[in-house]
Design a protein around this ligand. Structure first.
Ligand SMILES: [Zn+2]
Length: 283
């Protein structure tokens, strides 16, 4: 009898706990913070695609990353990884798809920081290339922040290029904040700002985040891929509009100078190596 009561009690506690975790959103934070997620690497790229020789680049390979920004007023997920979570077999083995390899799915990393896709209020990507969109469908419950030119291209009849429409098909019906080559101050206090920076794609965008300890940071999307692009002014061969890319770079460089912001080149292995990864917090 006693054993049965203990068992019933334990079951009740367990049920209550499960119910609470299922319903509860993470506690609000007092100041902005950021989590960095690891989405694998890209190896075997041809430097010529980026208008460089092998000798001119310190490092040719890319790292892929995505970010959760948590603000006292809500959350923003930026980028969605390069490999779909559903392609992992659950045996801990890495997944290789063409020149991309990922060792960890995205959503468990988000969970390690204490968040589920349903806790994400806003979702944005720098652009539609498939190394940034893999798990976009998981965030279709959030408000999608996108430039009109980007969205129009993504949902055109047969979009061409480095694009996987199946990655983001659910965004078609998502609540959407459409921008017309303009910036969007996500929480209205200048702390988290999506900034238009077209050229790499028709509606490429970058993200400004003001962190209390780290200071102001600009997540550059693919405005640059290599630090050497910044010093030489060269742009990749496959830009949607190279002149627009150069103009966007000039605009962003002026902005970060004035804001005193660090520039994080998302594909740069050296930049990524220095950042604490989730569940560690960047404050
Ligand atoms: Zn990319």
């Amino acid at each position: 009898m006693f054993r049965r009561i203990v068992f019933t009690l334990a079951a009740c506690v367990l049920a209550t706990l499960t119910l609470t975790t299922a319903q509860q959103r993470p506690a609000p934070v007092k100041s902005a913070r950021l989590y960095v997620f690891e989405n694998g690497s890209i190896r075997g790229l041809d430097p010529k695609l980026f208008n460089f020789t092998r000798q001119e680049l310190k490092e040719v390979d890319f790292i892929n990353s995505s970010y959760l920004i948590v603000h006292p007023q809500g959350t923003l997920m930026f980028e969605a990884g390069a490999v779909e979570d559903s392609h992992f077999k659950g045996d801990g083995a890495p997944v290789t798809e063409g020149i991309m390899t990922a060792t960890k799915p995205l959503l468990p990393q988000l969970a390690s920081a204490g968040y589920k896709p349903s806790d994400v209020d806003y979702f944005a990507m720098s652009h539609y290339h498939s190394d940034h969109t893999a798990n976009a469908n998981a965030f279709a419950g959030a408000t999608w922040i996108v430039q009109k030119a980007e969205r129009d291209f993504m949902f055109s009849d047969k979009p061409q290029g480095i694009i996987q429409p199946a990655h983001y098909s659910a965004l078609r019906g998502a609540k959407t904040r459409i921008l017309n080559d303009e910036d969007f101050d996500v929480f209205g206090d200048g702390t988290v700002v999506v900034k238009s920076a077209p050229g790499h794609t028709p509606g490429h965008q970058v993200l400004f985040v003001r962190l209390p300890k780290t200071g102001p940071v600009l997540l550059a999307g693919d405005l640059y891929h290599y630090p050497e692009e910044r010093t030489t002014g060269r742009v990749p061969t496959f830009e949607f509009n190279a002149e627009q890319s150069k103009a966007s770079r000039a605009k962003v460089e002026a902005f970060i100078k004035q804001a005193g912001a660090q520039l994080w080149i998302e594909h740069d292995i050296a930049t990524h190596a220095k950042l604490p990864k989730a569940p560690a917090v960047v404050e």
